[in-house]
Design a protein around this ligand. Structure first.
Ligand SMILES: *[C@@H]1O[C@H](CO)[C@@H](O)[C@H](O)[C@H]1NC(C)=O
Length: 263
């Protein structure tokens, strides 16, 4: 029952948001193609740590040859798999997190909770207690936060000046969004940090979305067609997306949507 209600709600939100996309701009083919390595590395996040360590995870590793993994971990249960490594063609240090298939992520929200929790000040010193994320996402991030930060610092020593990219799909994209802020607060201020999430649920409240925009700056979240993950948890429960939405339409056009997401 509640699952059906959530799907219906998502449909209503998607349909009602459509007419407001007046400022959307279509990306060119080359701009779309440039996302390919990010998609592959986000997808590699689903693979077991031993395989991402060896960069031997199948098509997504094969499509990004030369990737050098610094460390990987997670148990795929309470702690999503994660990997940290360097991808030479983009001169970027990637942090990619395991996602959850849509049929698994939906029940998490419908059956459990929409609770918003303040960030843990151990990891997010100086962030106001009014800034909140979904408790499940925050916990999933915390469990690997220290290991990920240590691996990123090690990689930065090897590749000084490299840009940092956090990425993932669905749950992985939510954890990656929190990770982007965590790294911003714990790495030297000159470090460039970029977030690219695919099929991103709403991660936190509007104060969180504002923090992501102001601290990370280079933010992109890509929604595919009528995928409903980006519509949960709902806005009426106090959740919001940051800026940087790209929506892939039914015609496979990629539209950038300026400002905070309507979705
Ligand atoms: C914050 O993180 C620390 C270190 O992992 C942990 O000991 C503490 O219980 C956490 N606090 C909350 C409120 O979850």
């Amino acid at each position: 029952m509640r699952f059906a209600a959530a799907v219906a709600l998502a449909f209503v939100v998607a349909v009602s948001a459509a007419p407001t996309r007046g400022s959307a701009v279509a990306l060119q083919r080359a701009q779309i193609d440039a996302f390919a390595p990010y998609t592959h590395i986000a997808s590699a996040g689903y693979c077991q740590p031993a395989r991402t360590l060896a960069w031997n995870c199948g098509v997504h590793c094969d499509a990004t040859p030369g990737f050098v993994t610094t460390a990987s971990g997670g148990d795929g249960l309470g702690t999503p798999y994660w990997l940290v490594g360097y991808y030479p063609p983009l001169q970027s240090i990637f942090i990619s997190y395991q996602g959850t298939e849509m049929e698994k992520i939906a029940p998490i929200f419908v059956d459990i909770d929409f609770f918003l929790d303040p960030l843990n000040s151990t990891y997010f010193p100086s962030v106001a207690s009014s800034v909140m994320t979904h408790g499940g996402f925050g916990d999933a991030h915390e469990r690997s936060a220290n290991d990920v930060l240590a691996a990123v610092k090690t990689t930065l020593v090897q590749y000084p000046g490299a840009q940092i990219v956090t990425t993932g799909h669905s749950l992985g994209a939510a954890v990656a969004q929190i990770s982007a802020v965590h790294l911003r607060l714990n790495l030297p201020s000159g470090t460039k940090i970029k977030y690219i999430g695919f099929s991103v649920p709403r991660v936190g409240n509007p104060a969180w979305a504002n923090l992501v925009d102001s601290l990370v700056g280079d933010v992109t979240h890509i929604n595919n067609k009528k995928d409903f993950v980006p519509t949960i948890p709902p806005r009426f429960a106090g959740f919001a997306h940051p800026s940087g939405e790209i929506h892939i339409t039914a015609n496979n056009e990629w539209l950038t949507c300026s400002g905070m997401s309507a979705l």
